[in-house]
Ligand binder design. Structure first.
Ligand code: PEP
Ligand code: MG
Length: 587
C-alpha cells in the first residue's frame, strides 16, 4: 500500500531506545487471559494443590529455557532479568497466600492464584519508583506463564515475526521481548511501558529504536500500516508524508553523525577549552553496572544506591552479602573512588523484605525514610557500615549518608560509624582508616546549615532530585505537577550556591549527583557555580563531556553569575538553553 494515500498522524510517547526506524507495522495484540472461576469438589482438593505445584515446576523450566536463549542471543547481563522471574516463583508469600485462599474459598487454584497475583501486581504498579513499578511487569509476566500452564495454553512469544517489521503492542513482557528475532524487528512501540521496562532494556541491547508510553496507539494502527519510529524524540509517525520521510532521512544521518562524534569525544579527557578538568563519576544501582562505568569512562562512582540490593532481596541482606556486593564494585573499579551511599529506603522506595520496618505512612516522602530509619535501627545500620568499611580495604571507598537534615543526625550517624570501626577492629578485620565520609545535601535545612555540617564530614554531594522536591514542595514522581518541578528555580539555585560557597570556603569537595548533573543544559551552570564533580548515569556522560569540552570555564562562571540574577525560572532556562545550543554543534 502506498503510505501517501492515508493522512499522517504524529503521536508523542517516551523515547526509550535511540535510533530511527521506518517500516510496516506488525500489530501484536495478545488476547487477555480468561481464567475460569468455579468451586472444586471436596474430593478433588488435594489434586488442585499438586496441580499448582507441578505448574510452578514447569514454569520454572520454561523460564530457565528462555534465560539460556537470552544468554546465548544477548548477554549474561540481560539474562539476569529472568533471575528476578525465578524469584517471583520462589516467593513464599505469593504461594502460601494462594494456598490459603484456596483452602478458605474452595475456588479453583487458577482463580486463587490469579486473585492473589493481581493484588501484588496492583500494589507494585502504584509505587512511585519506575524501577520498582517494573516489578509489577515481572510478576504479571511470570503469573501469566503459570496460569497458561495451568490452563493448558501455549506460552506467548513473538517468534512468529519473520519479516522485517515494526512491532506495535500494548505491552511486551520480558519473555516476549526475549523471543524477538533482532534481525526481524525494525522497531518496538508500545502503549504502556517506561524507560526501564525490560522490553526496552532488550531493545536497547539489540540497538532497536523504541518508543513507549503511547497510550492508545494500538487502537489507531492496522497491521501493515507504514510507520516511522523516532527513538530520539519519542515520536511515532503513522503513514508519513513524502516530506516527512525526506526530513527523517536527514535527521537520521545527522543524529548518527552527532552520536559517533559524542562517543569519539568521550574517549578524551573531560576538560574545558581553558584547561579545567571536571571529574565525571557514575551513578549506579547494581554491582553488574561496573562494566558500564568502564565503557563510558566514568572516573569511578559518585553515587551507589545501595538500597537496590535490599529492594531486590526477599529479606534484609546480611553483612557478608553486602560486603560481597560492595567489594565487587570497589575491586572492579580500583583505584578509582566508589562513593557508597547508605540505605535510602522509604519515600518512593518501600522495603519489600520487611514491611513492618517502615509501615504505611500518610506522607512517606516526609516520613520514616533513609537515615531516620537507620538511626532508629542501629544494628541494621551498623551491619551496613561494617560491610562498607570492609569493602574499603579493597580499593578507594567514600561513604555518604542520605537525607541528613541537620547536625544531630550527622553526629549520631558518625557515632555509629565509630562503633562499627571498633567492632571490626575487635574482629581483626581490615578497613581503610582514612575512608572519607560525606553528607548528601538534599533537604533545604541541610543546605541552610551546611557550614555546621561541613565541620563534621569530608565532602558534600548535592542530591538535586530531592532538594528540588523539598524546596518547591513538588512530589518528584507526580506527573500532574511535573511542569512545576523546576531545577532552574531561583530558590533551588540559591541553595546550591550556598552549599558550594560553604564547601569552597571550608575546602571540602562538593559534587552533584542528582539528575541535574547529567543534563548538558544544567552541567555548565553547576560548574560555573564551583561544583567539583558531576555524577550521572553512565550513558549520559558523552553528552555532558562533549559540552564541557566545548565550553570555557570562564564562560561557565559568567553564565552562573548571570543566572543568579534572574528570578523567573523560564528566563534562566532560556539562558542555559542558549548557552547549550551555541556549543552543542559539530562540524
Ligand atoms: C537525589 O535526591 O538527587 C539523589 C541523587 O538521590 P535519589 O535520586 O536516590 O533520591
Ligand atoms: Mg535523594
Amino acid at each position: 500500500m502506498d503510505p501517501h494515500e492515508k493522512t499522517e498522524l504524529v503521536v508523542q510517547g517516551i523515547p526509550a531506545s535511540k535510533g530511527i526506524a521506518y517500516g510496516q507495522v506488525f500489530l501484536y495484540l495478545q488476547s487477555e487471559l480468561e481464567v475460569p472461576r468455579y468451586t472444586v469438589d471436596a474430593g478433588k482438593r488435594a489434586g488442585e494443590v499438586a496441580r499448582f505445584e507441578r505448574a510452578l515446576v514447569t514454569t520454572r523450566q520454561q523460564i530457565a529455557q528462555v534465560q539460556a536463549q537470552v544468554k546465548k542471543n544477548l548477554s549474561e547481563e540481560e539474562a539476569l532479568i529472568f533471575d528476578a522471574h525465578q524469584m517471583v516463583l520462589e516467593d513464599q508469600a505469593l504461594i502460601s497466600e494462594t494456598i490459603r485462599l484456596f483452602e478458605t474459598s474452595g475456588l479453583n487454584i487458577e482463580t486463587c492464584f490469579h486473585d492473589v497475583a493481581q493484588r501484588y501486581i496492583e500494589a507494585f504498579a502504584q509505587i512511585d519508583d519506575e524501577y520498582l513499578r517494573e516489578r509489577a511487569t515481572d510478576i504479571k509476566d511470570v503469573t501469566g506463564r503459570v496460569l497458561r500452564v495451568l490452563l493448558g495454553q501455549a506460552a506467548l512469544n513473538l517468534s512468529e515475526l519473520v519479516e522485517k517489521r515494526v512491532i506495535v503492542a500494548k505491552d511486551i513482557s520480558p519473555s516476549e521481548a526475549a523471543s524477538i528475532d533482532s534481525s526481524a524487528a525494525l522497531g518496538i512501540v508500545t502503549d504502556g511501558g517506561s524507560r526501564t521496562s525490560h522490553a526496552v532494556i532488550v531493545a536497547r541491547s539489540m540497538k532497536i529504536p523504541a518508543v513507549v508510553g503511547l497510550r492508545s496507539l494500538t487502537s489507531k494502527v492496522k497491521d501493515g500500516d507504514w510507520m516511522i519510529v523516532d527513538g530520539y524524540d519519542g515520536l511515532v509517525i503513522l503513514n508519513p508524508s513524502q516530506g516527512t520521510l525526506l526530513r527523517y532521512g536527514k535527521i537520521q544521518d545527522d543524529k548518527k553523525f552527532f552520536e559517533s562524534r559524542l562517543m569519539t569525544a568521550n574517549e578524551l579527557p573531560a576538560q574545558t577549552l581553558d584547561g579545567v578538568h571536571v571529574t565525571l563519576r557514575a551513578n549506579i544501582e547494581r554491582p553488574e553496572e561496573v562494566g558500564l562505568v568502564q565503557q563510558y569512562r566514568g572516573e569511578g562512582v559518585g553515587l551507589y544506591r545501595t538500597e537496590y540490593l535490599f529492594l531486590n532481596s526477599p529479606s534484609i541482606p546480611d553483612e557478608e552479602v553486602q560486603y560481597a556486593a560492595y567489594r565487587k564494585i570497589v575491586e572492579g573499579l580500583a583505584p578509582a573512588i566508589v562513593t557508597i551511599r547508605t540505605l535510602d529506603v522509604g519515600g518512593d522506595k518501600p522495603l519489600p523484605g520487611d514491611p513492618h520496618l517502615i509501615g504505611p505512612e500518610a506522607n512517606p516522602f516526609l516520613g520514616f525514610r533513609a537515615i531516620r530509619m537507620c538511626l532508629e535501627n542501629p544494628e541494621l545500620f551498623k551491619t551496613q557500615l561494617r560491610a562498607i568499611l570492609r569493602a574499603s580495604a579493597h580499593g578507594k571507598v567514600e561513604l555518604m549518608y542520605p537525607m541528613i537534615s541537620g547536625v544531630d543526625e550527622l553526629d549520631r550517624a558518625n557515632q555509629l560509624l565509630a562503633e562499627a570501626r571498633v567492632e571490626l577492629k575487635l574482629r581483626n578485620l581490615p578497613f581503610d582508616d582514612k575512608m572519607r565520609v560525606g553528607t548528601m545535601i538534599e533537604i533545604p535545612s541541610a543546605a541552610l546549615v551546611a557550614e555546621a555540617l561541613a565541620e563534621k564530614c569530608q565532602f558534600f554531594s548535592i542530591g538535586t532530585n530531592d532538594l528540588i522536591q523539598y524546596t518547591l514542595a513538588i512530589d518528584r514522581g507526580n506527573n500532574r505537577i511535573a511542569h512545576l518541578y523546576e531545577p532552574a528555580h531561583p530558590a533551588v539555585l540559591r541553595l546550591i550556591k550556598q552549599v558550594v560557597d560553604v564547601a569552597k570556603s571550608l575546602q571540602i569537595k562538593v559534587s552533584v549527583c542528582g539528575e541535574m548533573a547529567g543534563d548538558p543544559i544544567y552541567a555548565p551552570l553547576l560548574l560555573g557555580l564551583g561544583v567539583d564533580e558531576l555524577s550521572m548515569s553512565p550513558p549520559l556522560m558523552p553528552a555532558v563531556k562533549f559540552l564541557i569540552r566545548n565550553t570555557k570555564f570562564a564562560d561557565a562562571r559568567k553564565l552562573a553569575d548571570e543566572a543568579m540574577q534572574f528570578t523567573d525560572p523560564k528566563k534562566t532556562y532560556a539562558l542555559l538553553e542558549k548557552f547549550y545550543n551555541e556549543r552543542a554543534t559539530v562540524e
